[in-house]
Design a protein around this ligand. Structure first.
Ligand SMILES: [Zn+2]
Length: 198
């Protein structure tokens, strides 16, 4: 698997472009849709397999502590991406998670033939994976794409998607999966309310 492969998208939604695909795949290693989802990182071995599939090494060197740190970062990124719908400032506690990961992130800068600078991790293994995720987030902040990365607010969803729409108005992972369900729920709630009044 290519390192920046964003994976399959619900209902064929356009995936995050370029290197942001890694951040999307990182967050969407867990998709608990309706509580029936599966966490690819349910144990250290699973996290190791995910890392190995993306060329970060991993395998037997991945500890439970590595897995817990990765999940903390994953869920902090998801909460931050949820805030992108309304442009709200991130929680201080989530910044602590990012800064803790950044402190031990073995990152270097590399200049590409076109003159642009990208972050590259030194070495491999779990620390390199977290480092590269943070590096790609920083790149996306610099070029304005980070705020287009949103977490689906659907109940028990949280899928990280890329809002490529001109006016940045996308709400859901997909209309078919969460959009219509939530609209249906709101409709039923309104109807119940109307009946109570009548
Ligand atoms: Zn959703």
């Amino acid at each position: 698997m290519e390192r920046f492969d964003p994976g399959r998208q619900p209902s064929g939604r356009t995936p995050a472009p370029g290197r942001l695909g890694l951040v999307q795949a990182f967050a969407n290693s867990f998709w608990d849709l309706d509580g029936g989802g599966a966490d690819e990182w349910a144990d250290a071995a699973g996290y190791g397999r995910w890392l190995a599939a993306r060329g970060f090494g991993g395998g037997e060197r991945v500890s439970e502590d590595d897995r817990v740190r990765a999940i903390e970062l994953r869920e902090a990124l998801r909460r931050i991406a949820l805030g992108h719908h309304d442009g709200v400032a991130p929680e201080a506690s989530d910044m602590v998670v990012l800064n803790t990961a950044a402190r031990s992130a073995p990152l270097a800068l590399r200049f590409e033939p076109d003159g642009s600078a990208i972050h590259v991790p030194s070495g491999d293994g779990p620390d390199a994976a977290l480092a590269l995720v943070l590096g790609v987030v920083a790149e996306a902040q610099a070029d304005g794409r980070w705020s287009r990365v949103k977490a689906c607010p659907g109940p028990h969803c949280g899928w990280l998607f890329y809002d490529a729409s001109r006016n940045r108005s996308r709400q859901w992972c997909s209309m078919e999966i969460c959009g219509n369900r939530v609209k249906g729920r709101e409709f039923r709630a309104r109807r119940r309310g109307a009946q109570e009044v009548a």
